[in-house]
Structures are given as C-alpha cells and as structure tokens.
Design a protein around this ligand. Sequence first.
Ligand SMILES: O=C[C@H](O)COP(=O)(O)O
Length: 252
Amino acid sequence: MSRKPIIAGNWKMNKTLAEAKAFAEAVKGKAPSADLVETVIGSPALFLAPLAEILNGDVIEVAAQNAYFENAGAFTGENSPAAIADLGIKYIIIGHSERREYFHETDEDINKKAKAIIANGVTPIICCGETLETYEAGQTAQWVESQITAALKDLTPEQVSNLVIAYEPIWAIGTGKSADANTADETCGVVRNTVEKLYGKTVSDAVRIQYGGSVKPENVAEYMSKENVDGALVGGASLEAESFLALLDFVN
Ligand SMILES: O=C[C@H](O)COP(=O)(O)O
C-alpha cells in the first residue's frame, strides 16, 4: 500500500516572530514536490498567521501544535480550531506527550479535540507513546492500543482514513536516543493493527502513521524504509532550516 509520506516539524515553544519568519523565507520554494512528500511545519500559535502568509501557495503546510475542542467561548488562553482553520492551517498536532504530561490532557480531551478539528476541515496529527517504564515493562503495545482506541472514539471510517497518527516513545523525545527503526516499525504496526481491529483493513491501510523521537537527517531514511512508517514528527532537528530541509532528502 503506497501512502504519501508526511514529514512534520514541531518547533514546540521555540523561536521569536523574526526567527519564525526568517525560517519560512529560508525554506520557501525548497521542499520537494507535494506529489512526493507532504511537508509541514508545526509552529507556536503566535506565528501561525505570518507563517501561513509567507508560505501561502508553497508546498510546505503549517500546523498548529494544539487547539481547544470548542470553536469559541470563555476559555481564556485557548486557541479555537475554527480560527486556526480560518488562517488556512491544514494540520493540528494534538495529544503530544508534553501536553499530556505538563497540561494533564486526557485521552477524552484528545478525542474531543480530534472531533472539533475534523469538524473544521483540518487534519489532526494525533500523538501517542509510552514512558520508559512502560516500554521496559513490555507494555508498549497495550498502552498505545488504549491511547489510540480512546482518541478515535466515535470517529467515522472516512475521518480516520484521512488523519495522521504519530507514535512517539516518550523515552526517545529530545534524548538523542531514538528508537531503532525496527522497534519504530513494530509499534507503528501495533497502531495500524489497532485501527484495523476498530475499522477494518481498508482504513488501516489508508491511515498514515509517523514515528517521532530524535529523528534526524542522518536517520530519517531508515525509518521511512519501514512498511508501517509513513513519516516523521520531528522536534529538535526541525528548528533550523538546513536541517529541516535535509529531513526531506530521502525522497531523492
Ligand atoms: O514532536 C516531536 C517529538 O516530540 C520529537 O522531538 P525530538 O525530535 O526533539 O526528539
């Protein structure tokens, strides 16, 4: 099954407006054709509008790193999925382990966010992944299956076919100790099998699954060679324009 690769950077809470705009100008027009790979930059909400303007018409898409599950109302500090969609943003990352850890987001929150994002015509990138303790206890498959089952609750087969899931072992995030490609492929396979159990093989064959956790230009091609890995969600190595573009070299 050929699924279009998708490489997404996640800047997390980094950059100033000037740095974000300089990055966008540096990468504009330099990513491979969208026929070969989907390229996405996950930006802080502060920079979504200027990035969307600079990259308007470019193959590179902009993603938000989170959104609330209501479109408007008395939710101080939150960002509306409808307002994000209104900027022309095509992707919203949700359920990142840092949001779950530091901001106590639950599987139920992620499910509500996914529904609200899809209702606004935006594609969610739904994150899952286990702690080192869970990994060392051999409980990764059960953990990831429970996260994905809860995140997809009540979504339709078509909605699931079109979204992206990112498997990010917490123990590999920001540590430089990435999961080896076979482990990444195996657990992305668990994610795909979970989708198949819930929705059938047509949907599980269509859904795209990224690996994330210390992905670099030096190791991205190996991940992308694996059957169950359709892309990468990249933190540190996406912060600099040269490194971000080098993540895409595997398509050549
Ligand atoms: O969203 C990205 C992941 O948290 C991976 O971050 P990293 O590439 O810095 O390990």
